[in-house]
Design a protein around this ligand. Structure first.
Ligand code: NAD
Ligand code: ZN
Length: 359
């Protein structure tokens, strides 16, 4: 699978079981490097990063192993500065290579450090969560949070290569699996009806990381993301469809003070978007019901929790950087695999959400 970027560069997104055993060959194919650092978080370090470092050493690639704290709280400027300082101390130069080994948090931090260290060095994404494999590792969006909001500081910086190995997912906690599946379902709904049918046949079985179809599912989901971001690298148009479920999802996350996980919030956002799609963009009843039951079968919610404060939810929506002159651009569906951008006035949105929450 190849992501074409602009006219001058493309990179591979390789998906497959045991693909990591070929990492040394892929590194050698990617260019000449002066030094290497595997950057990971404290959870992933013993599970994936240390074995990977040993494997690379057995192929004469010596790496530094650098660790950042696990979790969203680490996605800060401070972490990036500390990481860059460690690179300076170890003499990393413009020809050095970083390997981001972890979930979306590690990927975003390392990608951003690679974008700004010495005005930009090369890096490889080795995502270890479902979310990171099908979503955050592909597309070159990197960045960190500020105290006032998520992902407010960042850069577009494409990796040299993305390696997604489903075997990395064996140790992933159940909630992280569910969160990742929310993104897989999103991808199917906006861009791959066949993947949607496959997911529907598997239902709750999708939570089993040993499932023989997991690899196919990851390949198809990655293919949709590659297709979208290669056509719109800097999010000027098409890439907006990736926000399906996310406009409301981000607001749900914020209004719950991040007690609701990203995947759960996106699932709720998709639930509401599916209902809106029935009302406004002609999505068929059976298709909407099929999608809603799939989301529920993998253990994700589709309704706004009744105890969530509507005022906080609307305030969070209004702060969204994608809302212009009181109009919220929702990604809805006319059919499975056919997203449409539908403008909704905030007043109308408020009335619609109030009605849903008071049902
Ligand atoms: N750059 C983008 O385009 C983009 C897109 C979507 C999301 N994101 C970002 O991704 C982040 C979320 O990523 P995430 O859901 O992967 O979260 P995460 O990176 O925090 O990982 C979730 C948890 O799982 C642990 N973990 C990771 N891999 C594991 C494994 N194989 N086994 C056991 N534990 C493992 C991590 O240590 C962490 O505790 C958010 O910061 C979000 O903003 C970025
Ligand atoms: Zn998401």
């Amino acid at each position: 699978m190849t992501l074409r970027k602009g006219v001058d560069r493309s990179y591979d997104v390789l998906v497959g079981r045991r693909i990591l055993s070929h990492l040394h060959e892929e590194i050698q194919r990617s260019g000449a490097f002066s030094s290497y650092a595997v950057v990971t978080d404290e959870h992933v370090r013993p599970l994936v990063a240390e074995p990977l470092q040993k494997l690379l050493k057995s192929h004469q690639i010596d790496t530094e192993l650098l660790t950042v704290p696990a979790g969203e709280a680490a996605k800060s400027v401070t972490t990036v500065v500390e990481l860059c300082q460690q690179l300076v101390v170890r003499g990393f130069d413009r020809q050095s290579l970083l390997l981001a080994v972890g979930g979306g948090v590690v990927g975003d931090i390392v990608g951003f450090a690679a974008a700004i260290y010495l005005r930009g060095i090369r890096y490889i994404q080795i995502p270890t969560t479902i979310l990171a494999q099908v979503d955050s590792a592909i597309g070159g969006k990197t960045g960190v949070d500020l105290p006032s909001g998520k992902n407010l500081l960042g850069a577009f910086h494409q990796p040299l290569l993305v390696l997604c190995d489903p075997d990395m997912l064996d140790t992933l906690p159940l909630q992280a699996r569910r969160d990742g599946l929310a993104e897989v379902i999103k991808t199917a709904l906006i861009g791959d009806p066949e993947l949607f049918a496959l997911l529907g046949r598997e239902g709750g079985g999708l939570l089993d990381v040993d499932s023989p179809v997991l690899e196919t599912i990851l390949v198809r989901a990655c293919a949709v993301k590659c297709r979208v971001v290669s056509q719109d690298e800097h999010e000027s148009g098409l890439r907006r469809i990736l926000n399906f479920g996310h406009t409301l999802g981000h607001a749900v996350e914020a209004a719950s003070n991040y007690m609701i996980t990203h995947g759960q919030a996106v699932a709720i956002g998709m639930g509401v978007a599916l209902q809106f799609s029935r009302e406004w963009t002609g999505l068929g009843k059976a298709e909407a019901e099929h999608a809603l039951s799939l989301i529920n079968e993998v253990g994700l919610p589709t309704e706004i929790p009744p105890d969530l404060d509507l005022g906080s939810l609307l305030a969070a929506l209004e702060k969204d950087k994608k809302i212009q002159s009181g109009i919220c651009h929702f990604v809805l569906l006319s059919k499975i695999g056919h997203p449409v951008i539908h403008p909704i006035r905030l007043g109308e949105l408020r009335r619609s959400l109030e009605a849903r929450m008071n049902q």
